[in-house]
Design a protein around this ligand. Structure first.
Ligand code: MLT
Length: 272
């Protein structure tokens, strides 16, 4: 069910809230909305209370009045507002890409609200210099040519190429959804991602199970760099998925099952 919440700082916040049971919160990446998790929500909500916020400018959440205020910390606050509203004491957080950066900011501020963390095609490290430069070029492209053309070129590149060839209509649909996000919010998110700090130290100190999911064909998050994170936590699980790019929630039909095992494991870790 889609819910709306009015809040003085964020104006209107929209989020999906489906199912009952232990809570799992799905944080979407750039340039998506909670709708990217539609298939996962359907599967997970049979067993878990599945909550998926829309960040500002996505879904029916208002764009920020001052886009330059965007930060991973602000988005983490939006997640906390929803958890407080719904009286969810603790949850397993699953963050896809930018959503993973938000999950790390959330862990920095509200670790006691977490039972587990899954970084889905994401990293706890800050941007490399190369990545920052690529973001500057993307911002310039949006400012010159507009976000519609930018997203038409950028979004298909997040999938493994065979997937785009086999499912052109589905990918096109996802491009169209991403084009609803205002250009100024896209630019604000790029700037916010560039500013985020390295939070890999938290992987060492968080006392919760941590899972990493990577795609072998992900050109946005390079596997070699990402793999250096996996030995930092005291309790980590790693899935490296073949024939998968940056979008396993769409590309990999068994992702729901992997997450189900992980959430179950987080629940058992609380008892055991
Ligand atoms: C995302 O999917 O959220 C983006 O690829 C994140 C990024 O650009 O680092």
């Amino acid at each position: 069910m889609q819910k709306l919440l009015m809040h003085p700082r964020f104006e209107q916040i929209s989020y999906e809230d489906a199912g009952t049971g232990p809570a799992v919160v799905l944080l979407h990446g750039f340039p998506f909305s909670s709708s990217i998790f539609q298939g996962l929500i359907e599967r997970l909500s049979g067993k878990y209370r599945t909550i998926a916020p829309d960040f500002p400018g996505a879904g029916s959440t208002s764009a920020l009045l001052h886009p330059e205020d965007a930060s991973m910390e602000l988005l983490a606050e939006l997640v906390k507002v929803i958890l407080d509203q719904e009286k969810v004491e603790q949850c397993v957080l699953v963050g896809h890409s930018m959503g993973g950066y938000v999950a790390m900011a959330f862990a920095d501020a509200y670790a006691d609200r977490m039972k587990g963390l899954c970084l889905l095609h994401s990293t706890a490290y800050e941007d490399s210099e190369e990545k920052r430069q690529a973001r500057v070029r993307s911002i310039q492209f949006i400012q010159t040519h507009g976000s519609e053309l930018f997203l038409k070129q950028m979004v298909p590149g997040l999938f493994a190429s065979h997937y785009v060839h086999a499912h052109p209509d589905e990918v096109n649909q996802i491009v169209k959804q991403s084009q609803r996000i205002p250009a100024e919010m896209l630019i604000a998110y790029y700037r916010a991602m560039m500013k985020r700090p390295d939070r890999s130290y938290l992987l060492r100190t968080l006392r919760i199970p941590i899972a990493f999911v990577f795609g072998k064909e992900d050109t946005s998050l390079l596997l070699d760099q990402a793999l250096s994170m996996i030995s930092l936590p005291g309790d980590s699980t790693v899935h490296v998925l073949e024939q998968t790019g940056h979008m396993s929630m769409i590309e990999h039909p068994r992702l729901a099952r992997l997450l189900d095992y992980f959430i179950d494991y987080c629940e058992a870790s609380l008892i055991g």
